[in-house]
Design a protein around this ligand. Structure first.
Ligand code: ADP
Length: 506
């Protein structure tokens, strides 16, 4: 009889379900997209019931594709879009508002209020985060203010808050379990990552009653049983982590200093810093990777807003490419960029520059510049930005980077990965199976039920993957990177009017 772990990967645009067998091989995958709501410029919302329905369809779909039954599942793992906030009525289980998505800027004014009350340093010290509409806490406030008697009902214990993991767990167990785990809790802006408890000062600042909060548990362990109504058998839900932390686990970054970069629309770099929460002096955030049996892995995290999206811009904005994959051959067809740099500051710059007013910049053009030079400069720009964040990670952690582990759609580009290794002076390791996020969630669940003994049995193995060794001389690396730094300077502080924030929001 076949035995599988099912990973539910609830993302921003689609819900996916993936089956892994005991060898850690991917057996089948199913995926369903759902509606994005943009009620006002800069706002992004999801329908919680559609999140659940699409996730359930994917889960049933993947079983059908594999010819498997619910009773073949030893455990379910959940990984999810982070920071997205939901509130529902405990009695009926009905959502009281749409889910407010991580990208949504609708709580910017609540953030301004927190800042004007001088809470920035407290937030940083307690949560490891910055005051930003990105995180969940201000979204809870927004929902409570948007519904009838929200505050009163929350205080009376009639309402439940959850991130997407908590919502799926609640639905899967038919309302029997209201819980989350450390990695998701650490993204809420109301969770103290050092004391590992909801933080009274921040709860008070946002007037969020404890009565509505989920219990915070280990990332690996049995949270509850999926009701037999869903898959015809009771199945333990045994592992949960936010998507980037699950990817860190799935990449096998289990020791301090180990680092992964996910190359998607943007880039997410996370470095495991071990049992110590390191505070950044360079605009990175501190987060909990996972907590298992009283042991915690913390991570430093840096995000790059535009990475693969710059390649999409070459395709859709400039019409230079028919598809993203074509960028590789075009970049290889020239020896270098001919001195051209593209700084993809299309929505400003994140770490370590934090410049809202920076804008995309193409410099070093000559009459000899061709389409191929521009394409190559775009791919190189992704790698340079990654080096910028890696330097912050190293400075903040004091840990050297030995290998950069990579995943995400744009990591399929061999040219980009080789250039990344060259410009870092550090090898880049790409696993054969790029579904490391789902793998991480499956591993957390499978380990909890004893299906696997430890992460090494499932994590992205180096076998069949590809390793890119740096091959550039130190001089050349230094001069190319110096050119990048000059190009970044040209991109900075470009937008002058005061409307930057609105423009960025739209
Ligand atoms: P997300 O999860 O953010 O939607 P994915 O991991 O699916 O992103 O990656 C998609 C992104 O990667 C797109 O922005 C696309 O332009 C880019 N991309 C995909 N394949 C390649 C490639 N071969 N070379 C460069 N960029 C690519």
């Amino acid at each position: 009889m076949s035995r599988y772990v099912m990973a539910l990967d609830q993302g921003t645009t689609s819900s996916r379900a993936i089956l892994f067998d005991q060898a850690g091989s991917l057996v089948a995958i199913d995926q369903h997209e759902f509606t994005q709501y943009f009620p006002e410029p800069g706002w992004v919302e999801h329908d919680p019931m559609e999140i659940w329905d699409s996730q359930l369809r994917a889960a049933r779909g993947v079983l059908a594709k594999a010819g498997a039954r619910g009773s073949d599942l030893v455990a379910i793992g959940i990984t999810n879009q982070r920071e997205t906030a939901l509130i529902w009525d405990r009695a009926s289980g009905d959502p009281v508002y749409r889910a407010i998505v991580w990208q949504s800027r609708q709580t910017a004014s609540i953030c301004d209020q927190l800042r004007s009350r001088g809470l920035e340093a407290e937030v940083r010290a307690r949560t490891g985060l910055l005051i930003d509409a990105y995180f969940s806490g201000t979204k809870i406030r927004f929902i409570l203010d948007s519904i009838d008697a929200g505050q009163k009902r929350a205080e009376a214990g009639e309402l439940a808050f959850g991130t997407v993991d908590t919502w799926l767990l609640y639905k899967l167990t038919r309302g029997r379990v209201h819980a989350t785990e450390y990695s998701n809790a650490s993204r809420t802006l109301i969770y103290n990552i050092h004391q590992r408890d909801w933080d009274d000062l921040l709860l008070e600042a946002l007037r969020v009653p404890r009565a509505m909060l989920p219990q915070v548990r280990d990332s690996s362990g049995v949270f509850g049983l999926a009701d037999p109504e869903w898959f015809g058998a009771e199945i333990p839900i045994a592992g949960i982590a936010g998507d980037q932390q699950a990817a860190l686990f799935g990449q096998g970054c289990l020791a301090p200093g180990q680092t992964k970069n996910t190359y998607g629309t943007g880039c997410f770099l996370l470095m495991n810093t071990g049992s110590e929460a390191r505070v950044s002096n360079n605009g990175l955030i501190t987060t909990i990777g996972w907590g298992i049996d009283g042991r915690f892995a913390y991570a430093l995290e840096g995000s790059i807003f535009v990475a693969g999206a710059a390649v999409q811009w070459l395709r859709d904005g400039l019409g230079l490419l028919a598809n993203a994959a074509e960028s590789e051959a075009a970049a290889r067809s020239v020896d270098d960029t001919g001195g051209v740099y593209l700084v993809p500051a299309f929505v400003g710059l994140g770490a370590p520059y934090w410049d809202d007013r920076a804008r995309g910049t193409l410099v070093g053009l000559t009459l000899g510049t061709t389409r191929e030079h521009v394409i190559r400069a775009t791919l190189e720009g992704i790698a340079y930005q990654t080096r910028d964040v890696v330097e912050c990670l190293q400075a903040d952690s004091g840990l050297p980077l030995e290998t950069l582990r990579v995943d995400g759609g744009a990591s399929q580009n061999d040219f980009l990965m080789q250039f990344q290794a060259d410009i870092l002076g550090v090898p880049v390791q790409r696993p054969a199976v790029l579904e490391v996020t789902a793998m991480g969630a499956a591993a957390l669940a499978g380990i909890a039920v004893g299906f696997w003994q430890d992460a090494s049995e499932i994590e992205a193995s180096d076998a069949g993957g590809r390793r890119f060794e740096p091959s550039l001389s130190a001089d050349r690396r230094a001069s190319l990177y110096a050119g990048w730094k000059r190009a970044v300077e040209r991109s900075r502080d470009w937008v002058q009017e005061d409307s930057v924030r609105e423009e960025g929001d739209a």
